[in-house]
Design a protein around this ligand. Sequence first.
Ligand code: PBG
Length: 327
Amino acid sequence: MDMIVRPRRLRGSETLRKMVRETRVDKASLIYPMFVMDGRDRVEAIDAMPGQYRYTVDRMGEELDRLAEAGVSSVMLFGIPAHKDPVGSQAYAPDGIVQRAVLRAKMLHPEMYVITDVCMCEYTSHGHCGVLCDHDVDNDRTLELLAKTALSHVEAGADMVAPSDMMDGRVRAIREALDKNGFTGKPIMSYAVKFASSFYGPFREAAGSAPSFGDRKSYQMDFHNRREAIKEALLDVDEGADIIMVKPAMSYLDLVREVRNRVNLPVAAYSVSGEYAMVKAAAAKGWIDEEKIVCEMAVAAYRAGADIYLTYYAKELARFIQEGRIG
Ligand code: PBG
């Protein structure tokens, strides 16, 4: 056979395959999304996300201990308040659920990097991501509240804020509010490319944040669009974002790559609740190999260009990395 180039040569052994590997994963780039709720001494299982829980602030230490032990160094906090109202006032209350959780996390684990999700949907009685004007979210009035929320998070000690509301101009509004108050060094990770996706279903159960009417299509992106993803990403770069996120991950890896090629900031991919739920459900049926699927999904996100990976499987992945089962 007259064949000089044989790609199989480099696949001959595990040692060689590892040597020529193009994508490597690192625990330091994992972020674990965590739910904290008002109340006392409770840990509640989330039905649609087996293995995930809501913690009251006094019990969140248990999970932080497990994360630290697994080698996960960053968390993203989502708050579930006891009280909701039309203007989401618990989102920016100085003693709101996230503000208290940040304080506690920093007290228990000062080395843990604490990021907060900045949005209104968990806090508004109507479940939309901002204040309403008639039946639509009022963009510019919402900006003030988002800025106030982000500021209250960093005042409580958050290391980074991550706006997920998809209002126009929110990165700039938050940047200005933080800078004006002396927090020029606190980075913003923008959910810049966030689609109106059915993959968020289990999260909305977990956070009790489903909209009470309509949907999020007037602010989150239409999933048929690709050029618009670049437009959103570049806009947020101009507004002062430090990290650009693409969300969901698995069905949107084309956009992770495209954003990676177009911006010079770190890119994050968020493997969302629906992705987690699908893997868990199929694994429970014995239809897939959970560990292998989780590793393959993670590597695919990094291969697509993600520098940072947000996942409910962060602890497991950190362990797989530690044990050399992925990498
Ligand atoms: C808040 C927010 C959502 C998610 C992250 N931040 C829900 C939504 O936009 O409806 C989804 C996360 C997940 O599904 O894991 N706006």
